[in-house]
Design a protein. Sequence first.
Length: 144
Amino acid sequence: MTKSRKGVPLRDKGYFKTLLENYPEGGVIFLATCNVYKLNEDAKIKKGKLEKEIAQTCENAKKKLHRLEDQLRSVDKDIKEFKEIFSEFGQENKDIAIAGILSIQYGNTCEMLYAGMDERFKKFMPQFEPLITEVTRFLGTGFY
């Protein structure tokens, strides 16, 4: 996906396999995952609560109604996006890899060689989870 989005030539699977074989203790692939099924279920619950709260709010509370209606529109938008994702990945209770980083540790350094993300999941900012995991992994261990 990064190759098609950025228009840059990338290495093949064999290259990455060789890297990980040559650095068996230092080669690490971090993946950010997302369970869209669970997110969809949570959104449906939130939608129900919002609808109930809107129904119970008096018409004079215009600011509160406006805020609740905005939240409901946002949840409806999320549910629509989840349906689009289900059409491609299926509606299963499973994690989907949405971003990743390949890092190589050598000596007291760690280099992030490759990073990529599935553009369809950019609103989740998936590039941050593996990056935070990577940085956290080496904090306090003498790595730079």
